[in-house]
Design a protein around this ligand. Structure first.
Ligand code: PMP
Length: 351
């Protein structure tokens, strides 16, 4: 605590990201992609003329937004880009959720949302998940200052289909519904096609997971022109150039390679289903997942102790020390070899 901090900063409880270890570990803790980005990304990084860095990048990031618009079947005016989807989310909270009424969200979802609430002084109302660990869409009513959830949800892995999201949008029409699709490419159904029908729908996405570019920091939002303009107003009151020229060029190259994108996500999905079966064989309960991670618990073994046991043997997973999630481990899907090591190590720890 410092006397120089403003009252808001004193009250913050910042988000704690998963560890980025210095030593070489099998890293299954922050939902990164185990496969490299599209080869075209490497070409861009190698051939990028350093002299271009003298100039500021395009403040409107038109090349990247155009490429995203093509990929997502929308217009460029319906696309916003930011320095990772965390930044896009932060701007969206400020643009849309600083309202009189509280923001509605699931009790278990991406743990950054409550942090943004504190930062911007947004009151929140949480709704418990169903007994199947699913986001209870029926709990969200029209009397809120907005709705936010991840779909598929994190860290539970379940995703609702497009029609279910449309049902929610029929009810909540007077505030923004933000659907965070960070993991949608691993088996979820995107709500992007609903943007044309619902002016209050904002869908966010990221290059960090399915495009293997977590280190580049690229995220985006898709929504009606009025929502995108709202985001631009906040962005242009904060940082005119969130996307650097190199990241923009690499992001475009990643979007151009559909074959690589499809091959990587299919590998992750196949490995995920195999991992689920093998964990179940070891006696774990594994929640169904449409993401690149699984949430799992063992009826007898303590999750915190498993976490430590795995760490000591060179495998890093995620354990959330909250009341609802204490019994679980969240395990990112790595390569087949990495998951073999995980299963072998768990076999030892389960003995
Ligand atoms: N949304 C969810 C649900 C996430 O799990 C993450 C990754 N921690 C993000 C958004 C942010 O991803 P990024 O900032 O790398 O785009």
């Amino acid at each position: 605590m410092s006397k120089f901090w403003s009252p808001v900063v004193r009250e913050l409880t910042p988000y704690v990201p998963g560890e980025q270890p210095r030593e070489r570990l099998i890293k299954l803790n922050t939902n990164e992609n185990p496969y490299p980005p599209a080869p075209g990304v490497e070409t861009v990084l190698r051939d990028f003329p350093a002299d271009h860095l003298r100039l500021y990048p395009d403040p409107e990031s038109r090349a990247l937004r155009e490429a995203l618009a093509r990929e997502l079947g929308v217009t460029m005016q319906e696309v916003f880009v930011g320095n990772g989807s965390d930044e896009v989310l932060a701007l969206a909270f400020q643009a849309f959720f600083c309202q009189e009424r509280p923001l509605a969200m699931p009790a278990i979802t991406y743990s950054f949302y409550p942090v943004y609430c504190k930062l911007y002084g947004v009151e929140r109302r949480t709704h418990v998940l169903t007994d199947q660990w699913q986001v209870d869409l029926d709990a969200f009513g029209p009397d809120c200052g907005g709705v936010v959830f991840a779909n598929p949800n994190a860290p539970t892995g379940h995703g609702h289909g497009r029609e279910a999201i449309a049902g929610l949008l029929e009810r909540v029409t007077e505030s923004v519904v933000l659907v965070d699709e960070a993991y949608v490419d691993f088996g979820g159904e995107s709500a992007v096609p609903l943007v044309a029908r619902y002016p209050n729908l904002l869908v966010t996405g990221t290059f960090s997971k399915s495009r293997s570019l977590a280190g580049l920091r690229l995220g985006y939002a898709v929504g009606s022109r009025e929502l995108i303009e709202g985001l631009e107003r906040v962005k242009n009151s904060f940082n005119s150039y969130p996307i650097d020229s190199l990241a923009s060029a690499a992001g475009v190259a990643a979007l151009e390679d559909r074959e690589h994108f499809d091959a990587c996500r299919e590998k992750v999905i196949t490995t995920r289903e195999r991992t689920r079966r093998r964990l179940a064989d070891l006696g774990f309960e594994v929640l169904p997942s449409q993401t690149n991670f699984v949430l799992t618990r063992h009826p007898e073994l303590d999750a915190a102790q498993l976490f430590v046991g795995l760490r000591e043997r060179g495998i890093l997973v995620r354990h959330f020390n909250t009341e609802a999630l204490r019994d679980f481990l969240r395990i990112t899907i790595g390569t087949e070899d990495e998951m073999d090591s995980l299963i072998e190590t768990l076999e030892t720890l389960c003995r």
